[in-house]
Design a protein around this ligand. Structure first.
Ligand code: PNW
Length: 440
């Protein structure tokens, strides 16, 4: 790698990120069923109908995995808590085994000098709550606040930072409009409700944690830099609509207390009544904002119903996800987010990384493409910092090869290779390169 830790401010945090359903293994330890178990069980939703039942078996191997995080020299580790492991029915009686697990996990991080950065919802909603309407039901904000209180009463005293929800766009739009993630709904009314309730739930969870006296609370949004595919006015409008729905809706709700007109144009008729009165909760003050960044999108208009747009393939080199590699977009987002939404609030890159076809040879796993990807995105971070944007940390997605949702186990994002037969972990070239860079 060309970057070294000493090129960054001494308080700049380097971390790596995972999520519960993608690595833990599910169903054991008293955990309840989740919408991802259900979604994956329905043919056609997930490649080879793969699910997270075993995943990386991190539930039993977290100590070994955290040894790897420490040995690489990372400062922080971003993980998520499984709601259904804590509350198998989503509400009601907590599962003591689940609470004990996150308690042990927290201490295992602290024993290794790693800062625990928790996310409370990374997509595996307890099925029992989906039966009640899931994100369509306004009550989810209270269920989520209650769950937040239960888990944070146990581990909140030892968290470095907490974000309630990972990537509200994925929770709402990808899962209720596009239907590509659980619960696999394709309905504009459900979408409008989920777009709003996800932010309301975020706000109620922040309030619950403030009630416990917690600090360093934030939000994590995924952003894709939207560009017109050609120089027609129609393409420009399509890119603006995409930007409003994908990026601005959430940042604007959280930091301005309003939704962008270009997104309301399609969603307003379907919004839950009284939505305008919820911004006081949604805007509960935050201590930081996290951006997950992977790619850009090129848009053109089409003649489907609102938002009447489609993505077209671009010319840049792509990752195994078919996502164009566009580090410039990370720079632009960091600068734009600070300028238009967050001002002097600390920003973190809470996810960045790539899926690649790694080469296994003589016990080594070569992923030179990942090293370049990380280096080039760290350039973007440095450029933003040089201009005064308060970027305070960078987390690689992901520590381990894991369950890449609807794409199953084939798309490998890890710094550490996982053999899904033996579950053996093998650090890749990128892991070794980062370990060297973090010590230099
Ligand atoms: C993020 N999209 O997901 C998630 O936080 C991770 O769980 C995931 O493994 C990682 O990025 C890589 O995909 C996304 O379709 C999934 O636009 C899909 C989209 C965006 C983010």
């Amino acid at each position: 790698m060309k970057h070294r830790r000493s090129d960054f401010a001494t308080d700049f945090l380097f971390g790596t990120a995972t999520s519960s359903y993608q690595i833990e293994g599910h169903g054991m330890g008293g955990a309840g069923r989740t919408i991802w178990d259900d979604f994956a069980a329905t043919p056609g939703n997930v490649v080879r109908a793969e699910n997270g039942a075993r995943a990386c078996d991190h539930y039993h191997r977290y100590a070994e995995d955290f040894d790897l995080v420490r040995a690489a020299g990372f400062d922080a580790y971003r993980f998520s808590v499984s709601w259904a492991r804590v509350l198998p029915e989503g509400r009601g009686t907590p599962n003591a085994e689940g609470l004990d697990y996150y308690d042990r996990l927290t201490d295992a991080l602290l024993e290794r000098g790693l800062k625990p950065c928790a996310t409370l919802y990374h997509w595996e909603l307890p099925s029992a709550l989906q039966d009640l309407g899931g994100w369509r039901n306004r009550d989810i904000a209270e269920w989520f606040a209650d769950y937040t209180h239960v888990i944070m009463s146990r581990i909140g005293d030892r968290m470095f930072s907490v974000a309630p929800i990972n990537e509200p766009w994925c929770v709402a739009w990808l899962s209720h409009f596009m239907g590509l993630h659980a619960p696999g709904v394709r309905d504009i009314r459900a979408t409008a409700r989920a777009m709003h309730h996800v932010l309301l739930a975020h706000g109620r969870a922040i309030q619950a944690m403030r009630g416990l006296g917690m600090q360093n609370l934030g939000a994590v949004c995924n952003l894709e830099w939207a560009m017109p595919a050609d120089d027609t006015p129609g393409a420009k409008d399509a890119a603006d609509r995409y930007d409003a729905i994908y990026n601005r809706w959430f940042l604007s709700g959280l930091f301005k207390g309003e939704y962008p007109a270009l997104a309301l144009e399609g969603l307003e008729p379907h919004m839950p009544t009284g939505w305008q009165d919820d911004f006081a909760t949604i805007q509960a003050p935050l201590d930081w904002c996290g951006l997950n960044y992977y790619t850009r999108k090129l848009l053109v208009p089409d003649d489907t119903p609102w938002p009447a747009l489609k993505e077209v393939a671009g010319p840049l080199p792509k990752t195994l996800m078919d996502w164009e590699i566009y580090p410039e977009g990370l720079y632009r987002f960091l600068a734009r987010t600070a300028r238009e939404y967050t001002g002097t609030l600390p920003l973190y890159v809470t996810e960045n990384g790539m899926a690649s076809r790694d080469t296994l040879q003589d016990g080594h796993v070569y992923d030179e493409g990942r090293i370049a990807y990380i280096d080039n995105h760290l350039d973007a971070v440095q450029r933003a910092r040089a201009e005064g944007v308060p970027v305070k940390g960078y987390f690689v997605w992901s520590l381990l090869d894991n369950y890449e949702w609807a794409l199953g186990y084939e798309k490998r994002f890890g710094l550490v290779h996982v053999d899904f037969d033996t579950l053996a972990r093998t650090p890749k070239s990128s892991y070794h390169a980062l370990a060297t860079a973090l010590k230099a």
